[in-house]
Design a protein around this ligand. Sequence first.
Ligand code: AMP
Ligand code: MG
Length: 413
Amino acid sequence: MSSSSASGVVPFEQACEIVREYCNRISSGQPETISLLQALGRVLAEPIVADRDFPPFPRATRDGYALRAEDVRTVPATLRVAGTVKAGSAHHGAVARGEAVEIMTGAAIPDGGDAVVMVEYTSRDANQVVVQRTCTKGENIVPTGSESRAGQEMLARGSRLGFAQVAVAAAVGKTNVQVYKKPRVAILSTGDEVVDAAQSPGPFQIRNSNSYSLAAQVIAGGGEPETLPVAPDDEAALHRLVQQGLTADMLLLSGGVSMGKFDLVEKVLAASGAEFFFTGALIQPGRPVVFGQAAPAARRSPIPFFGLPGNPISTMVTFDLFARPVLAALSGASPSRLPTVKARLSKEIKTRTGLTRFLPSILQGGLLDAEVAVVPWQGSGDLMASARANCYVVVPPDRDLLPAGEMVSVLLR
Ligand code: AMP
Ligand code: MG
């Protein structure tokens, strides 16, 4: 990717495309083997392969009677009960013509049986059962190997381990799995007014909340945050801390990327030989966001960095839109789209055209009639509004009015 072709302020879609292309060029990290539960949220560095057929035998999915479907073509039909088979026990023998075998959910269908009638549709009298309903062949039976064949890949390398994937690994006996190491993400907040959260701020100072929100987002995104001391708006000091940050796998800066006289981040990065992929995106909040790569003097291969705008909601949104996909790629994860859904807008939105907007919003309502409304906010510094929100309504750049009732795109977080 050349720095000239993509640098500058770009539309949202183009910024996403630049990030996507960058992610596709990232080679996967170092593998390590850890215990399965420790691996929750991590990315597989090995495929998970079926060690046997799934299911390993034709499995009953109901409590009832295994029988031959042709024996209950006309009902009621009376069959001789030839025995009982419960989950975990060996085959009872065969189901002969005119016979049924009492069977429990999870048990193996005895030879000769080709359907299971639910116990609810039968009545039992000593060793005879009267079946009230006809069955089709295969009813209430999962055939051997129908979910997966022995040797087949069940989870691909690059899959993230959520609870369902953990269950698959457990089912094949993988209580230790090979995953990629967590990328180390350096976090560098900038600004003369910003003091450590543990300090009491002077009358014109503010506590550093961005290093905390970013560290939390990094952890949630599968990375290992390394928070650096706050950088003052001073070139030499900022340069030193940037060099330190470039020894991680990714560097996130907050603040200092706007047009102000003391916004020094781009200048200092450029002096460190950075290549810029974009220096702004036509979005709100977060327009001044910067993406590029740079290498510290001692290291040959450059690492990705983001200069995120310092306004707290801008920092959070731009992380979600651009930095999280790069973090996922560094974690070895296969690419995935931004998590969006559609929901009915409950109150109209009036705005201006030209920018793709991500407005902090609350998604609520029923399962089948989700509604979304923008949270009243005082602009992109409003932490409380962000804490009340659980998503963002996405306003396309060509729209200045979204009427109430419209199905709108919602970015989840
Ligand atoms: P900047 O992007 O440096 O122009 O900062 C924009 C706004 O975000 C200013 O009001 C800053 O005080 C605020 N800000 C910058 N960095 C942080 C931080 N680390 N934590 C909280 N607010 C910040
Ligand atoms: Mg600043």
